[in-house]
Design a protein around this ligand. Sequence first.
Ligand SMILES: Cc1cc2nc3c(=O)[nH]c(=O)nc-3n(C[C@H](O)[C@H](O)[C@H](O)COP(=O)(O)OP(=O)(O)OC[C@H]3O[C@@H](n4cnc5c(N)ncnc54)[C@H](O)[C@@H]3O)c2cc1C
Ligand SMILES: *[C@@H]1O[C@H](CO)[C@@H](O)[C@H](O)[C@H]1NC(C)=O
Ligand SMILES: *[C@@H]1O[C@H](CO)[C@@H](O)[C@H](O)[C@H]1NC(C)=O
Ligand SMILES: *[C@@H]1O[C@H](CO)[C@@H](O)[C@H](O)[C@H]1NC(C)=O
Ligand SMILES: *[C@@H]1O[C@H](CO)[C@@H](O)[C@H](O)[C@H]1NC(C)=O
Ligand SMILES: *[C@@H]1O[C@H](CO)[C@@H](O)[C@H](O)[C@H]1NC(C)=O
Ligand SMILES: *[C@@H]1O[C@H](CO)[C@@H](O)[C@H](O)[C@H]1NC(C)=O
Length: 519
Amino acid sequence: MKYLCVKVFMVLFLTSLAIKLNFCFPSIPLSLRTVVLDGHLSFTDNEFAAKDFGDQYRYSPLAVLHPKSVSDISTIIKHVWQMGPYTELKIAARGRGHSLHGQSQANRGIVISMESLWRQKMQFHIGKTCYVDVSGGALWINILHESLKYGLTPKSWTDYLHLSVGGTLSNAGISGQAFRHGPQINNVHQLEVVTGKGEVVNCSESQNTDLFYGVLGGLGQFGVITRARISLQPAPHKVKWIRVLYSDFSTFSKDQEYLISVEKTFDYIEGLVIKNKTNLMNDWRSNFTPQDSVRASQFISEGKLLFCLELAKNFNPEETESTNKEIQRLLSQLSYISSTLFTTEVSYVEFLDRVHTSEIKLQSKGLWEVPHPWLNLFIPKSKINKFAQEAFGNLLKDTNNGPILVYPVNKSKWNNRTSLVLPDEDIIYLVAFLSHAVPLSNGSDSLEHILKRNKQILEFCESAQLGVKQYLPHYHKQEEWMHHFGPKWEVFAKRKSAYDPLALLAPGQRIFQNNLSYL
Ligand SMILES: Cc1cc2nc3c(=O)[nH]c(=O)nc-3n(C[C@H](O)[C@H](O)[C@H](O)COP(=O)(O)OP(=O)(O)OC[C@H]3O[C@@H](n4cnc5c(N)ncnc54)[C@H](O)[C@@H]3O)c2cc1C
Ligand SMILES: *[C@@H]1O[C@H](CO)[C@@H](O)[C@H](O)[C@H]1NC(C)=O
Ligand SMILES: *[C@@H]1O[C@H](CO)[C@@H](O)[C@H](O)[C@H]1NC(C)=O
Ligand SMILES: *[C@@H]1O[C@H](CO)[C@@H](O)[C@H](O)[C@H]1NC(C)=O
Ligand SMILES: *[C@@H]1O[C@H](CO)[C@@H](O)[C@H](O)[C@H]1NC(C)=O
Ligand SMILES: *[C@@H]1O[C@H](CO)[C@@H](O)[C@H](O)[C@H]1NC(C)=O
Ligand SMILES: *[C@@H]1O[C@H](CO)[C@@H](O)[C@H](O)[C@H]1NC(C)=O
């Protein structure tokens, strides 16, 4: 009897010690090590999952899931869900980790490495409507290559294609085609999602509609996208790529707005701010040919503020002549500095994959894996001149540390049922400050300096009441998120409690903390 008591006591003591230890030092729950999977969990060498493109946040996970199947993802989420409301474990899907502020990280939690699902077969459907079913971990560049084998292509892009489907669909996916086709989240027919309870659900405009629109632009809050059905159209072979310059912002933006408003127009419309470049020709000479090389070489920018309108027109070789005529007609409507017309002709793939070419160059100079204090804003058209004057004219001393993109879209062509938050006007501008910081610098290209400048820009937007919204938003406090979502907050929070009530998913967004109502 005495012996039994001691034994029971020992067991109780050891159990409570184990619980205590577990509590003090959140370690790998024993049960995780024994989960049966098609793929595997890895508990070591997980440093990659604590890094992202922004390079400002580093949170190490306890474990990384390398799923081989959708049911692996479901199993792990279910497993954590069943630990109940007291669990500290969180789960983040990671596409390419091209987030800027730790959004794809999970501090002492589980990161799902979606790239392990890359090799899931893409399934093409060719008929009256064409689409392809791809894995949530697929990269857009691979979808492009596979689609081209069928003479097809997705319609809407990002500027850079080495991003994952799940990652861009959790944000929006915006580039120079979005004025016509809407962002990537407008060009998806169906999703397969694993919710925060581990359920595998298909959703579309007609099935589980609320989840479908919630997940699109939903910052990973409602489920892990495991498959997506992407809309396709016939692919062109070639692209005429054009750059023209302006010295006056309002002339530049008026032309941009004109081009996005007309029916027959370019296939891609963007723009960039150029400051303090003494000789543009040097920059572009290798790729772009000036229409009039004599006058172009006489054009001296002398550090002036310039605006470059960037356009592209898709075509097939047999349409070269009519395409040229069409381009001439459109250009004749514009008011750029006439000596600054630069053109080039590239393949469709070369055009779409253009940023990768820059990536390779920057990699070789050690300027890719550095901090990227990016700032992306949506600005209503009625306020864009005011913004430009202050931000480009006063706040920016130079732009040598990364491009600044500026281009308008007509939002009324975008589906407004998604989770994406936009300003309240039909025409909005995307303004992207894509800076990189030079490590160890203490000058104007240092991380500290750029962050300070970003803060000044945001403070100006706030004090001048420009009605700006952040794209790829980043906030620390829930009040700030509520302000960001505005009237959409209520629906967003309701969806969170429906699909991820324990707030397990995408903790790096810092929108929802633990569900304290349980405690
Ligand atoms: C060089 C460069 C150029 C870019 N250009 C553009 C551009 O032109 N237009 C544009 O719109 N964006 C652009 N982006 C931003 C890009 O859309 C974001 O970085 C986005 O996060 C995609 O990156 P990712 O696939 O690596 O996602 P990650 O960083 O891995 O994830 C982003 C968020 O989504 C969640 N997530 C990831 N996968 C899934 C999934 N399968 N299901 C649910 N949630 C998931 C993560 O948990 C995280 O919260 C660019 C980024 C870079 C680095
Ligand atoms: C979701 O749809 C796909 C394709 O139509 C199908 O293969 C899959 O079984 C569906 N999943 C569920 C959970 O219904
Ligand atoms: C924006 O698009 C809508 C719908 O196509 C159209 O009615 C409106 O005129 C457009 N606005 C501008 C300024 O082009
Ligand atoms: C312009 O750029 C050059 C280097 O490209 C730099 O030395 C100079 O200081 C810059 N001028 C201003 C006003 O920022
Ligand atoms: C969303 O778009 C639809 C159709 O274009 C429109 O009728 C509706 O008013 C819009 N809703 C909001 C909140 O803007
Ligand atoms: C940067 O550091 C150098 C050397 O430490 C110093 O001389 C210089 O004043 C610093 N510059 C700025 C802008 O702080
Ligand atoms: C927290 O959990 C409670 C109980 O299940 C639920 O009613 C509530 O909606 C949850 N809150 C959030 C923000 O998920």
